[in-house]
Design a protein around this ligand. Structure first.
Ligand SMILES: [Cu+2]
Length: 440
């Protein structure tokens, strides 16, 4: 048992067992077995950290450690996380709770944890060097405070932040309202927005990258590795997302008008909410959105189109409109596997069987019921079905559109097309008078 001294100081007999999760699948909501009742969240491709009650205090144990995270089938990354995963488990507690969080450091360097957005005593704020000594490797520290306000918060190191966050050390911290009827929804999803720079063929993120990340992830997963968000028609659905990347993400949902109901600072009063289809979440921010679920398979993604792509080269020239006739043949005499890409756009890549280096993902991928989806990165599907049972988060399969409600191919005579008159080349003369002398 590490950090026995710290434990004695907290008045506890032992450090609670540190639960570990190895599956990258979305775990079912963890119903509270002790303490105040609440409606638990569902962490996308993640889980909630179990706790124990000790004389009225809710005790958690987080272990910061190197982990291997499957980012999508076919690609694994060496990351830093907590209790076996990156991001770490979601911490769930209730307004009014006193929490005691043991943090054991199994990283190769010192760390701390900052409880992002939580109102607490200064000495519990987790900024290494400023309000506490760093937690050396092998040591355990205890954070203990009262949760005075419900809302959606995050946790992450405030020690060698650039490296530790680039490596995936972060998690969500949900404080439920004391009255479970307040802000009640039928389904409550949560994830953290993060980004990595992992060269194709390698396993460990570059930690000095400032802007050129190549894997845009939700809970350290990328499409097609991100689970679907499943709901029943008419369900009130909340999705909470925190952004710990280096850029903003306009998160967009099809088929619904949602309201932003929460920020890092708490709940937005009903009278101050407005309808949206895209919620931009800046760096270090959180947004909670809510909507009444409409039947269908609705795309849900970051609207920066580069963020719905997986690893790609940034120096590829645009070849649209370039005629490669004959060129590929000549080059393939020198390079046997050479193929021409991008002559008509890049959609071909969604279906192309390209040789890839070990441990990377196609730039655009994913199969839907009608073919390639040509997506990657921050993309998932909100699947809403009439018959989905309460509490059932299992995949209902693809949506069957009611007859006559799907776009179809026109096979008759095309309607007469009116086109804008194009200016004839000979009318495009420009007369230019050159200035003479220096008299303007
Ligand atoms: Cu984005």
């Amino acid at each position: 048992m590490l950090g026995a001294a710290a434990v004695t100081k907290a008045g506890a007999a032992t450090v609670p067992e540190a639960a570990v999760q190895s599956s990258p699948k979305t775990q079912p909501p963890l119903l509270p077995s002790s303490g105040r009742p609440y409606n638990p969240v569902v962490t996308l491709n993640g889980w909630t950290l179990p706790w124990r009650m000790n004389n009225g205090v809710k005790e958690f144990h987080l272990v910061a450690e190197p982990v291997v995270r499957e980012m999508a089938p076919g690609m694994k990354a060496n990351l830093w996380g907590y209790n076996g995963q990156s991001p770490g488990p979601t911490i769930e507690a209730v307004e009014g709770d006193r929490v005691r969080i043991f943090v054991t450091n199994r990283l190769p360097e010192h760390t701390t944890i900052h409880w992002h957005g939580v109102l607490l005593p200064n000495g519990m704020d987790g900024v290494g060097g400023l309000v506490q000594p760093q937690i050396a490797p092998g040591k355990t520290f205890v954070y203990e405070f009262n949760l005075t306000k419900s809302g959606t918060f995050m946790y992450h190191p405030h020690a060698d932040e650039m490296v530790q966050m680039a490596m995936g050390a972060m998690g969500m911290f949900i404080v439920h309202p004391k009255d479970p009827r307040q802000y009640r929804v039928d389904r409550d999803f949560v994830f953290i927005i993060n980004a990595y720079d992992i060269d194709p063929g390698s396993f460990t993120p570059r930690v000095n990258t400032m802007l050129d990340f190549n894997l845009w992830s939700w809970n350290s997963r990328v499409f097609p590795g991100i689970d679907h968000l499943v709901a029943r028609t008419g369900d009130r659905v909340r999705i909470r997302f925190g952004n710990l990347t280096m850029t903003n993400h306009p998160i967009h949902l099809h088929g619904h008008h949602f309201e932003v109901t929460g920020t890092d600072g708490g709940w937005i009063p009903k009278s101050a909410r407005w309808p949206e289809v895209t919620a931009d979440v800046a760096v270090g921010q959180m947004r909670a959105i809510e909507f009444d679920a409409v039947a269908g398979d609705w795309a849900f993604h970051c609207h920066k189109s580069h963020h719905t792509m997986n690893a790609m080269g940034h120096t590829v020239p645009t070849l649209i409109g370039v005629d490669h006739t004959g060129v590929a043949e000549k080059i393939s005499k020198l390079i046997p596997d050479y193929m021409v890409m991008g002559e008509r756009g890049m959609a071909d890549m969604g279906e192309m069987e390209m040789p890839l280096p070990e441990n990377t993902l196609p730039m655009m991928t994913g199969a839907g019921p009608y073919g390639a989806m040509e997506m990657g990165g921050m993309f998932s599907v909100v699947k809403v079905r009439d018959g989905q049972k309460t509490g059932d988060y299992s995949d209902p399969g693809w949506y069957q559109q009611p007859k006559g409600t799907q776009a179809w191919e026109w096979t008759g005579e095309p309607p007469p097309a009116t086109t804008a008159p194009s200016p004839a080349a000979d009318k495009n003369t420009v007369s230019v008078r050159k200035p003479e002398g220096h008299q303007h």
